[in-house]
Design a protein around this ligand. Structure first.
Ligand code: SF4
Ligand code: SF4
Length: 96
């Protein structure tokens, strides 16, 4: 199983928990801390992320970037942008 990681734009997160429900690894939780908007934001709490991209694909606010460890190092494999206009989903095949 691929070794993955995620990063969050915590100031954009609204704490909806969709990513937490979508994670098959139970890798995510809401932080006890709040961001500038007053929301508890999602954070990675376990070292078992596979880089499956589920969390990034369900996030309505394009907060999450998913990375996978490859022979070339850690590369981004999923980032969702333009959620208020035409949605753009970028998936990268790390085997290339
Ligand atoms: S990439 Fe997959 S395993 Fe990793 S945090 Fe997101 S949903 Fe969980
Ligand atoms: S789905 Fe997005 S907005 Fe919702 S808690 Fe997760 S990172 Fe935050």
């Amino acid at each position: 199983m691929a070794k993955g990681a995620v990063t969050f734009d915590i100031e954009t997160c609204k704490g909806c928990e969709l990513c937490i429900d979508a994670c098959p690894q139970d890798s995510l939780q809401l932080s006890p801390n709040i961001n500038a908007q007053g929301y508890h934001y999602a954070v990675l709490v376990k070292d078992n992320c596979t880089g499956c991209t589920n969390c990034a694909l369900v996030c309505p606010d394009a907060v999450i970037t998913v990375y996978r460890e490859t022979k070339k190092g850690k590369v981004p494999v999923a980032r969702v942008t333009n959620v208020t206009e035409n949605i753009t989903v970028t998936l990268t095949d790390e085997r290339k």
